[in-house]
Ligand binder design. Structure first.
Ligand SMILES: Cc1cc2nc3c(=O)[nH]c(=O)nc-3n(C[C@H](O)[C@H](O)[C@H](O)COP(=O)(O)O)c2cc1C
Length: 210
């Protein structure tokens, strides 16, 4: 079958104003729980889009590690490509696509580092191999080959033994949303889209055409 002929008819759900939460964080919590109940694989994997100072965009997947009314948190290397972009331009977009539920969530917002204490706490909860990896990998930089990385992991494992502290170049970011859109696939491409935007401190909800 050709790519152009690939299409899925969406019919699993519906999103209407009478049932959607008035508050987007409540709505996100509901959909998050439903994604878990539906056993969506890696439901916390989200596309993170950033842009450099010139506006050139780039996107990659990261894992959501927590959310509350302050925003959506992920962890990474502050010196990575995304880290450099966020230093120059602290805005980002997040995207979840949950095919099992025919749902998409888009989040646009302002990005700030989480506190050192919050990053320390999360770092301590990671498996030892991941903690050593955070020391070993100069994320997004060119390296000479895999052998270099393996040697560097061995060196860092020796240096940090079983209790590595969090590297200063590694930690969390929080995306504080300005807008959150919930998309539910519907038959004949007449999808439901509810967009929540923060206007003078309050969340306003509108419906968008599909
Ligand atoms: C499912 C999945 C989850 C990922 N989670 C993370 C993550 O939480 N943090 C991270 O730094 N990179 C994560 N990555 C790797 C990133 O997609 C990316 O390769 C890396 O962060 C470097 O991106 P950058 O060069 O744009 O900074 C993940 C990749 C996949 C496919």
């Amino acid at each position: 079958m050709s790519i152009a002929d690939l299409r899925v008819e969406y019919k699993r759900g519906e999103l209407d104003e009478d049932h959607a939460a008035a508050d987007p964080f409540d709505q996100f919590s509901r959909w998050w729980e439903e994604a878990n109940a539906a056993q969506v694989r890696e439901a916390n994997a989200m596309t993170l889009a950033t842009a450099d100072a010139g506006g050139a965009p780039s996107a990659r997947t990261v894992l959501l590690k927590g959310f509350d009314r302050d925003g959506f948190v992920f962890y990474t290397n502050y010196q990575s490509r995304k880290g450099a972009q966020l230093a120059a331009n602290p805005r980002a977009a997040l995207l979840f696509f949950w095919p099992e539920l025919e749902r998409q969530i888009r989040i646009d917002g302002d990005v700030a580092r989480v506190s050192d204490q919050e990053s320390d706490e999360y770092f301590r909860s990671r498996p030892l191999g991941s903690r050593i990896g955070a020391w070993a990998s100069p994320q997004s930089q060119e390296i000479t080959g895999k052998a270099w990385l393996i040697a560097r992991v061995a060196e860092m494992a020796l240096r940090h033994a079983t209790a590595p502290n969090r590297p200063p170049h590694w930690g969390g970011y929080r995306v504080a949303p300005r807008a959150i859109e919930f998309w539910q696939g519907r038959p004949s491409r007449l999808h439901d889209r509810l967009l929540y935007t923060k206007t003078s401190g309050a969340w306003v909800r509108v419906r968008l055409a599909p």
